[in-house]
Design a protein around this ligand. Structure first.
Ligand code: G4P
Length: 539
C-alpha cells in the first residue's frame, strides 16, 4: 500500500469526545462505535470492563485494576478510510477536572442525551466547555426504543437550556414506547426499527421504506402516519436551515435520534458524523501571534492530562498529549517550551480494542500517552524545530467541592507544603489561600470528589504525610474581574458587598476568587456590586 502524505493522514483524522450525563448510554454507544470500527468483534466487552470498575466502591481497587493503562482514555479505530480517535470523558465517581481538560484535546463533541430525560446537569457543564472552545457539537438522542419526551420538547430544551439551534437529521416515529424507526430527512425515507433480539451485540442493517408505504400504515396507523408527515412538514417550514458553517462554529447542532443498545441509528450516525466533523485544524500559538497548520512538517503538541499511577510499585505517570502538527515517530526528541529542555518521547501508547499497544507513528489529531518520569506538566507545549511554540494554558475550571486540609502531624509541614504545591501544579487539585492568612491550612477545591481521595492517597504515598480533610459548604468558586476597574496583580478587593458566608480567597496564581455556598449568594454579589464579573473558567 502506498504511504499516505501528511496532508492525507491529517485529513482522514476525526478526534472527538462524547459528553453526557451518567447513564445516558455513553459506554453503550462507545462500544457500538468500536464494533462498527472493527476494534471489537462483539459488543459486551467494554461494558464488562466498566461494570468491574463500578462493582466496587473501593476507589483504590478501581485504580489497581486500571493500572496506568490508557485503555479507558483513548480509543482509536479505522472506519471507511477515517482514523477515528475517541477521547473518554469519565463520568460517575471518576468525574474530575480531567474530564473538562480532555475536551481541550477534541476537535468535536458528540452530546449524548437520554430521550426520556432530556438535557441533564452534567451535560450542561460539559456543553459549556465545548461552547467556550467553539467546537462543533453533534447530538445523539438515545434510548428511543423506549418512551421518550416529544422530539419537539427535546429540541426546545437544546435551545432554551443550552442556547444552541438544532437541525434534526432524522425524526423519530413512535415516541410513546412503540418505536417504529426514524424518518431520514436527507434520504426522505423511513429507516425501520426492527428489534432482532440480539440486544445489539452484532451490527445491524437498516430496512428502508417510504413514508407512505402501506406496510408502515399497517404498522403505525393512518393517523399516526399523517401526524409524522405534518411534523416533518412543520420542521421543513419552521425549523432551522442546515448551514454547515454554523455547525462548524458550534452554533447549530445536527440531531440524530436512535437507540444505542439495539444498534439502531448508530452506524448511520457514525457515517454522517465522520463526513460533517472537521479534521484537525489550525491552532493559534505564541499568544495568538502565530498560527500553526496541522500539516506543518515540524511536530507540535500539548499535554492536557497527567494520570499518576496509584500503584506504589511504580512512580511513573502517564502524560496524555494531543498532537497539533506534523508526524510523530517513536523516540522523537522534542523541546518542552516551559523549561527549554529536550525530552525523548519513548514508549508512546495508544489503545486499540481491548489492549493498548506501543505506537510507532502518529499524526496531527492523534492523542498519545507517554510514560512520564515527572518532567511534564499539564499545559506544556512540545515541539521540534527551531521556532519555539507555546499553545497557551489549559483553562482551569470551577471546583464544586471544597475542603480545608492540614497535616495530622505538624512536624511534617514542610513535606505537606511541598506535596500540596506539586499536586496543585500537576492539576490534581486547586489550591486557595486566605489573603490575610498564612499557610496553616489550605483550602482545596476539586471538580469531582474522587480527587480528594487521590490527594489523600498521594500525599501519604509519595510525601509520607497523613492529612486531616474537613469538608466545607462552598459549592461554587468564581474568578473575579470588573467591567470598569483593573485589579493589581495579587490584589483582593476588600470593598465588596457579600453575604456573610461568602469567602474571598486567592488562587495559586494570586488571582482573587470568591467562594459561594449557593446560587443565591452569587446572585446577591452580582446585584450589589456594580460592574462585578464572575467567571467559572479561568483561561
Ligand atoms: P453511561 O456510560 O452513559 O453511564 O451509560 P451506559 O452505557 O452504562 O448505559 C446506562 C444504562 O442505559 C444501561 O442499563 C444501558 O443498558 C442502558 N441503555 C443504553 N443505551 C440504551 C438504549 O438505547 N435503550 C435503552 N432502553 N437502554 C439503553 P443498565 O440497566 O444500567 O445496565 P445493563 O444492565 O443494561 O448493563
Amino acid at each position: 500500500m502506498k504511504a499516505k502524505s501528511l496532508a492525507q493522514e491529517v485529513n482522514r483524522r476525526r478526534t472527538f469526545a462524547i459528553i453526557s450525563h451518567p447513564d445516558a448510554g455513553k459506554t453503550t454507544i462507545t462500544e457500538k462505535l468500536l464494533l462498527y470500527g472493527g476494534a471489537i468483534r462483539e459488543a459486551g466487552s467494554v461494558k464488562a470492563r466498566k461494570s468491574s470498575h463500578h462493582a466496587t466502591s473501593d476507589w483504590m481497587e478501581i485504580e489497581k485494576q486500571r493500572g496506568i493503562s490508557v485503555t479507558s482514555s483513548i480509543m482509536q479505530f479505522e472506519y471507511e478510510g477515517y482514523c477515528v480517535n475517541i477521547l473518554d470523558t469519565p463520568g460517575h465517581q471518576d468525574f474530575s477536572e480531567d474530564t473538562y481538560r480532555t475536551l481541550c484535546a477534541a476537535d468535536a463533541a458528540v452530546m449524548l442525551i437520554d430521550g426520556a430525560k432530556g438535557v441533564e446537569p452534567q451535560t450542561i457543564k460539559l456543553f459549556h466547555v465545548c461552547r467556550m472552545r467553539g467546537i462543533p457539537i453533534f447530538t445523539f438522542i438515545n434510548k428511543m426504543d423506549r418512551a421518550s419526551l416529544s422530539p419537539f420538547e427535546l429540541l426546545d430544551q437544546l435551545e432554551k437550556v443550552l442556547n444552541i439551534d438544532s437541525f434534526p437529521i432524522n425524526w423519530p416515529i413512535g415516541t410513546d414506547g412503540n418505536f417504529k424507526g426514524v424518518y431520514n430527512r436527507q434520504l426522505k425515507q423511513v429507516q425501520r426499527f426492527i428489534a432482532d433480539g440480539t440486544h445489539g451485540s452484532k451490527q445491524v442493517n437498516i430496512a428502508l421504506t417510504d413514508l407512505n408505504d402501506p406496510e408502515l400504515t399497517a404498522l403505525i396507523g393512518a393517523d399516526h402516519q399523517q401526524q409524522i408527515s405534518d411534523e416533518i412538514e412543520l420542521l421543513d417550514i419552521a425549523g432551522e436551515d442546515f448551514e454547515m458553517e454554523r455547525v462548524l462554529q458550534g452554533e447549530l447542532t445536527p440531531v440524530f435520534f436512535g437507540s444505542a443498545i439495539t444498534n439502531f441509528g448508530v452506524e448511520p450516525f457514525l457515517q454522517d458524523f465522520l463526513k460533517m466533523a472537521p479534521p484537525p485544524g489550525a491552532k493559534k500559538v505564541n499568544s495568538g501571534s502565530e498560527t500553526i497548520q496541522p500539516t506543518d512538517e515540524e511536530f507540535s503538541a500539548f499535554v492536557f492530562k497527567i494520570q499518576a499511577n496509584m500503584n506504589p510499585g511504580h512512580r511513573d505517570r502517564m502524560a496524555f498529549i494531543r498532537i497539533c502538527s506534523g508526524h510523530f515517530k517513536k523516540g522523537l526528541e522534542v523541546t518542552n517550551n516551559r523549561d527549554n529542555k529536550l525530552i525523548r518521547l519513548t514508549q508512546p501508547q495508544t489503545f486499540m480494542a481491548q489492549d493498548h499497544r506501543i505506537l510507532e507513528e502518529a499524526y496531527a489529531g492523534d492523542i498519545i500517552g507517554i510514560f512520564d518520569p515527572g518532567v511534564l506538566r499539564i499545559g506544556d507545549s512540545l515541539y521540534t524545530g527551531d521556532n519555539s511554540i507555546e499553545f497557551g494554558d489549559i483553562p482551569r475550571f470551577s471546583p464544586e467541592h471544597f475542603a480545608k486540609v492540614q497535616p495530622k502531624n505538624s512536624l511534617k509541614r514542610k513535606q505537606f507544603n511541598k506535596g500540596m504545591e506539586q499536586l496543585a501544579q500537576e492539576g490534581a487539585i486547586q489550591l486557595y489561600k486566605r489573603p490575610d492568612a498564612g499557610t496553616e491550612s489550605y483550602m482545596v477545591g476539586v471538580v469531582g470528589v474522587l480527587q480528594f481521595d487521590v490527594l489523600e492517597h498521594r500525599l501519604n504515598n509519595e510525601y509520607k504525610v497523613d492529612i486531616i480533610l474537613q469538608p466545607e459548604n462552598y459549592r461554587f468558586a468564581r474568578w473575579i474581574s470588573f467591567k470598569d476597574r483593573q485589579l493589581m496583580h495579587g490584589e483582593a478587593p476588600d470593598d465588596l458587598n457579600l453575604t456573610s458566608t461568602t469567602l474571598t480567597v486567592m488562587d495559586r496564581h494570586d488571582l482573587p476568587v470568591l467562594l459561594f455556598e449557593s446560587q443565591w449568594a452569587m446572585d446577591w454579589a452580582l446585584e450589589r456590586n456594580e460592574g462585578l464579573i464572575l467567571s467559572d473558567i479561568n483561561t
